[in-house]
Structures are given as structure tokens and as C-alpha cells.
Design a protein around this ligand. Structure first.
Ligand code: PRX
Length: 649
């Protein structure tokens, strides 16, 4: 973290919702003094309830916390229905393809589209409240229609990122026991068509008994295999449905969606979010962190397949009645100025992206932003991984012209929305630090015994009070939920939420995230479990043992480094073949986001005498750090030096 402090832009602060640190502290104090009262007021003010709630927070079955019990709502009313009185003809979505085609969808049009799709799900596919629907879609408006159509009828959507492989998609369909998959023929990337439907066909070719139907949106119009009785073309049947559909009244705690994410052990987990707490959070953070106003145009560059896309492309901007930009393609098509050109053209006011993208665009086109009029920008956000001060400064100066607030937002799939972040009109920022917790969030950096670590020392980042948008459970596995999040740290004898991240608090209370403390790695802001990758590599017939760790990468944040012990030493030729085969396996089982950056074939792995692989040592070796751990307790301490030699070679 850099020690320079940037005060908020005065002119911006004057107009902002939270104008200074006094106001921020006042809100924190209110939440501290009356925690449930604070959230009660927010929820009553911000949510348009069908029936009001009677209980703010029920802790009786902690850590299965329940919020706003007794309340009934439908989040699509929050995102669409209630806007029709005041902004029916305002652009809800501005979509752009790589070729520059645009679709502008007003709130009223979006409302009708969602209703038609909701009717289609109900009438044609028999989707009912509580059923799971998997969405495997590109970045097209139909992805939003489908998410909201599910929400409208009380079905639970589970969006699977379009870069995941057939195997990964199958795992998710099966785990969720989804009834229907909504996909597209394919889409375009770097100016060329790519396909999604064949991946769905492959996923459904084995197992997936629950899924009997597939709905296909035509996007790139490339030929696809059509399975009669199972497959339906959206474009051919959607207009037969009515554009009116009553929203299903949902209990506050009814699940809104599942989103699968990697953990340190086993298969990906279906993070379950519920409607009321989540939508409150989406709106609360849009107001406080992005300070979105009525005429603002908001652009989050994430994919809808990740939580950032859920909260800050779809639910947050629409709950605010803002205009959300959706861009189908890559940042560098046809050139590295693409995003800046779009910001200029659409007069974007808040822009939200990942440090990986900032680093890449900085490297590829440092002067590009200056070629465009970016004066509409007010707030620039980052998310997904730590941002290094260099990238931070370029973002501030080259993109924000030294004028925009930079909000480095720390949060997770499990938190639903921002947790630790600057407020753009109030917080003096330090590059590299996510600064302070939002009002109402109790973030603490603790040691294993639940004590606060001293200033400047690294500890475990915990959230010590429940919050409305927290993960409710892991789909179908409440035991794993308890163990994964409430199993490691207790404070005053009570289990508290442990994020899996490390953090440091400085003498002024600024929080800096130091990265994962568990076996999860973060590649370009994508979370990957090393255990998952190892399990796949271990399937190769010539792999005897494998350990995977993260290694710092100047653009991607972290790269994947695999240490492999092979069964029969076949020499260099065989190793080269194996590298290709291992990467093929990874792409098949997960997708190309998990491709290995480097493989080292080693004679053995560092193990304790009881046979446990000491990954910490491998992590240090991969980072080229000095080994500070005691290696004398290893089964064979000499292996460390050998692995070090092989790593640098
Ligand atoms: O390690 C943290 C990192 O991303 C993890 C959460 O990943 P995921 O659930 O995929 O959600 C990503 C988008 C919210 C965290 O445990 N992370 C996220 N934001 C930051 C971050 N690390 C440092 N600084 C951030 N601003």
C-alpha cells in the first residue's frame, strides 16, 4: 500500500450522498448503537414490500441467519415494476456488440420482455417457484431477461459463466438439479463467432436427469444440433407469450439465486442468496459506493456469470432505476481504445472493472484514454483482486484525469455486494487499500483465537456481525457451509464469518487485503480452488502426485503453477507431451480460465513425516521467496533445494 492519501474531489463531495467522514462515522455509530434498527430503517425505506416484515434479524439458528422475516416482496418489482410510474421510457439497458450494433431497452420494454419470458418458463416448461434454472449465456440482454424472469416467478437462477467447460456445466446442473437450461447458439468474441450450444449438448449427454428442456436464444445464427422435444428456439416462441405476468410474492428468505464458486476443498459450492437482503444490499451499495443518481449511466465490465455481474450489471443498477451498459465483447477489440471510446460515446458516469483489465490496458495503451473525452466519469471502481499502487495511479490519472474517485471495493460471491470500500465523496483513499468497512459492517482482522491482531500485522479478515446480503447456505450442503465460513474463527466463543482472506490494518484503521490464506487462487479476478485443479491433473495416467499453487503475475495477479511427480521418467519429450495433455484436461474439465501457467516436474513434493504436502513451502518457492518455515520436520528436507533449482530453471 502506498502512504499517499488522496482527499475526495470537493465539487463531487458537495453533491454526494455521503459528503465527508463525519457523515460516514455518524452512520457507523447509528449502526453500532442500534444494529437491527439501522437495517430495519434501510429495509423499510428502500424496499417496496408486498407485505412488511415483522422481525429484522433472527439469530436463533445461527449461522443460518434470517433477515426481514414475515416480509413479502418480488425483486423484479424493485428492479422494474416500481419504475414504470416514473421512468418507463428511460433506457434500462444499453447493449453494444463488438461490431458496434446497439440495442436500447427501456424500463417498460424490459418489463414486457421479462414478463414474456416468465410466462414462457411457466407455461411451456412448467417452471415453478423454487425450481432451479441454469443460464449458460453470453453477454446479451436475454441473460438479464432470463434472470429476472426466474425471479419474477420465484424460480432460482444459477448462471454459469460461458467460459466454463461441459464438465463444469454438468456438475453445476446436477448439483442444482436444474429443470431447464437457457443458452444461446453462441456469440461473438474478437470479431469471430464462438459456440455455446454444443457445450450444453455435451454436458447433457451424461447424467443431468433433472434437466429435460433447453431454451436456445439465437445470437450468432451459426448452425446447431437440434434435439426434437428437448430443444426450443426462444426467438420462435417468445412472442406467443403474454407481456403481462403477475410477480410471485416471495418470502424475504426464499432463495433468489445460486452462484457456484470455488472453495479450498472439493467441488465448487453453490452459494445461495435470498431475495430481500440481497436486493437491499445491491441498492444500498449502488447509492453509497457509486453514488448513482437519476440520470447516471453505469458500466460494470464483468460477465453476468460472476457475482459482480449479478449485483452491478443487473440487480443493483436496475433497482436504482439507472441505465446499465452491457458490452458483449473483449476490451481490446478492435483495439485497446474500445472501452474508452464506449465511455465517451455513452457518457458513462460510473465505471467498474478489475485490476487485471486495468493493468492490461495500461500496458497495451498507456496514452489511449487521453484520446477520448472521459469527462462524464465521476467514480471509477475496481474489484476482484488487490490493485497495485501503479495500476491504481494510472487509473486515477489517465482514466480519471485526477478528478474521479477511485473505489477499491473488497467483497466476495458470499457477501453479495461491497463490504470494505471507500465512499467516493467522503473517504480519503490510499492506493492499494480498500480503506474501511461500509456503515453497518463489522469487519475485523483477527488471529486464530479471535483476538484482534496488532496494527500492521497480518491476520484473518472476518465479518463479526451478520449482514443482510450474506450467503445463506451452500446449496444442499449446510454442513459444508458451517465448516467453510463459520468453522475457523471464534470471537468471544461465538463462530464468526471468516472470508478466507488475510488483511492488515494500519495505524489509521485503513484495511489492506493481502490475498487468500487458503488454497484458493485468484487468476484475473477469477477464483479457482487448487484442490479442484489438482484432482483433475491427478487423473492423468502418468501423474503420481501433484500440488498446485498460485504465483504472482504482473498482469493476471496470480498465475497457476503446478508441481508434478510423474510415474515413469520418460525424459524431456514425454514431459512436453504431458504439458499439452495436462492443459487439455484442465480446459476440458473447467475451461481455459484455469490453464496452467507453468508446470515443474519434480522428483518429490515437500511432505511432513505423516505424508501431508506442505503447500506453504511450494507457494514460497513459486514466488521466489526466502523459505522462512522450519523445513527440518519434512520427511526429506533436501527436496526443498531441488525444487527451488527446478523452479527457476
Ligand atoms: O480474495 C478476495 C478477492 O476476491 C475474492 C472473492 O472472489 P469472488 O467470490 O470470485 O468475488 C469476486 C468479486 C467480488 C476475495 O476473497 N477480492 C475481491 N475484491 C478484492 C479482492 N482482493 C483484494 N482487493 C479487492 N478489492
Amino acid at each position: 500500500m502506498s502512504s499517499i492519501i488522496y482527499e475526495p474531489n470537493r465539487a463531487f463531495s458537495k453533491e454526494a450522498r455521503i459528503k465527508n467522514m463525519c457523515e460516514y462515522k455518524e452512520l457507523c455509530l447509528q449502526a453500532e448503537e442500534d444494529y437491527t434498527g439501522y437495517w430495519e430503517k434501510m429495509a423499510r425505506e428502500k424496499i417496496d414490500w408486498i407485505e412488511p416484515f415483522h422481525t429484522v434479524l433472527d439469530e436463533s439458528e445461527a449461522p443460518f441467519y434470517k433477515w426481514f422475516l414475515g416480509g413479502k416482496l418480488n425483486v423484479t418489482h424493485q428492479c422494474l415494476g416500481r419504475h414504470l410510474k416514473v421512468r418507463k421510457n428511460k433506457a434500462a439497458i444499453i447493449w453494444e456488440s463488438e461490431f458496434g450494433d446497439k440495442r436500447i431497452i427501456t424500463y417498460l420494454q424490459l418489463y414486457y420482455r421479462v414478463n414474456r419470458m416468465a410466462n414462457l418458463l411457466k407455461n411451456r416448461f412448467g417452471v415453478k417457484k423454487g425450481d432451479r434454472v441454469v443460464l449458460y449465456l453470453p453477454m446479451i440482454p436475454e441473460a438479464v431477461f432470463a434472470m429476472l424472469a426466474c425471479a419474477k416467478i420465484g424460480a432460482i437462477h444459477s448462471v454459469v459463466f460461458g467460459g466454463f467447460s461441459a464438465e463444469a456445466l454438468r456438475d453445476r446442473i446436477e448439483d442444482a438439479q436444474a429443470k431447464l437450461v437457457i443458452t444461446a447458439d453462441g456469440a461473438f468474441r474478437r470479431g469471430k463467432p464462438y459456440m455455446l450450444k454444443p457445450v450444453v449438448d455435451e454436458a447433457l449427454s451424461v447424467g443431468c436427469e433433472s434437466c429435460k428442456k433447453v431454451l436456445i436464444v439465437q445470437r450468432n445464427r451459426e448452425p446447431i444440433n437440434y434435439v426434437r422435444g428437448r430443444d426450443f428456439i426462444y426467438n420462435e416462441i417468445i412472442m406467443q407469450e403474454s407481456q403481462h405476468c403477475d410477480p410471485e410474492p416471495m418470502d424475504s428468505e426464499d432463495p433468489l439465486f445460486l452462484l457456484y464458486t470455488s472453495g479450498s476443498t472439493g467441488k465448487p459450492k453453490g452459494v445461495q442468496h435470498s431475495g430481500a437482503g440481497y436486493i437491499l444490499w445491491a441498492q444500498y451499495t449502488m447509492e453509497h459506493v457509486f453514488d448513482v443518481k437519476e440520470n447516471d449511466t453505469f458500466w460494470c465490465t464483468a460477465d453476468v456469470g460472476w457475482i459482480t455481474g449479478h449485483t452491478y450489471i443487473v440487480y443493483g443498477p436496475l433497482a436504482m432505476g439507472a441505465t446499465t451498459i452491457i458490452y458483449e465483447g473483449v476490451a481490446t477489440y478492435p483495439d485497446v481504445g474500445r472501452w474508452w471510446k464506449m465511455i465517451e460515446e455513452h457518457r458513462v458516469n460510473q465505471f467498474y472493472t478489475a485490476p487485471t483489465a486495468i493493468r492490461m490496458l495500461h500496458k497495451e495503451g498507456p496514452d489511449e484514454p487521453q484520446k477520448h473525452d472521459l469527462s462524464s466519469l465521476k467514480v471509477l471502481g475496481t474489484v476482484g483482486e488487490p490493485i497495485n499502487p501503479d495500476a491504481w495511479h494510472w487509473y486515477r490519472e489517465a482514466v480519471g484525469n485526477g478528478r474521479c474517485a477511485i473505489v477499491d471495493t473488497w467483497w466476495q460471491t458470499e457477501t453479495g455486494g461491497h463490504m470494505i470500500t471507500p465512499l467516493p465523496g467522503a473517504t480519503p483513499t490510499k492506493p492499494g487499500s480498500a480503506t474501511f468497512a461500509l456503515p453497518g459492517i463489522k469487519a475485523e482482522v483477527l488471529d486464530n483465537d479471535g483476538n484482534q491482531v496488532p496494527v500492521g500485522e497480518k491476520g484473518l479478515l472476518c465479518i463479526t456481525k451478520p449482514w443482510p446480503s450474506m450467503i445463506r447456505t451452500i446449496w444442499g450442503d449446510p454442513k459444508r457451509f458451517k465448516k467453510a465460513y463459520f468453522g475457523d474463527v471464534k470471537k468471544d466463543g461465538k463462530p464468526v464469518y471468516f472470508s478466507g482472506d488475510g488483511a492488515i490494518v494500519d495505524e489509521q484503521g485503513y484495511i489492506t487485503i493481502t490475498g487468500r490464506t487458503d488454497d484458493v487462487i485468484n487468476v484475473s479476478g477469477h477464483r479457482l480452488g487448487t484442490a479442484e485443479i489438482e484432482a483433475i491433473l491427478a487423473h492423468h495416467e502418468n501423474v503420481a502426485e501433484v500440488a498446485v499453487v498460485g504465483r504472482p503475475d504482473p498482469i493476471k495477479g496470480e498465475g497457476i503453477f503446478a508441481y508434478i511427480v510423474i510415474k515413469n521418467e520418460g525424459g524431456i519429450g514425454e514431459e512436453i507431451n504431458m504439458i499439452q495433455e495436462l492443459n487439455k484436461l484442465i480446459v476440458k474439465e473447467i475451461g481455459s480460465i484455469a490453464k496452467l501457467d507453468a508446470i515443474r516436474f519434480v522428483p518429490a513434493l515437500p511432505k511432513t513425516r505423516s505424508g501431508k504436502i506442505v503447500r506453504r513451502i511450494l507457494r514460497s518457492i513459486a514466488k521466489n521467496e526466502e523459505i522462512t518455515q522450519d523445513i527440518s520436520t519434512l520427511e526429506d528436507p533436501s527436496i526443498v533445494e531441488k525444487i527451488q533449482e527446478l523452479t527457476v530453471s
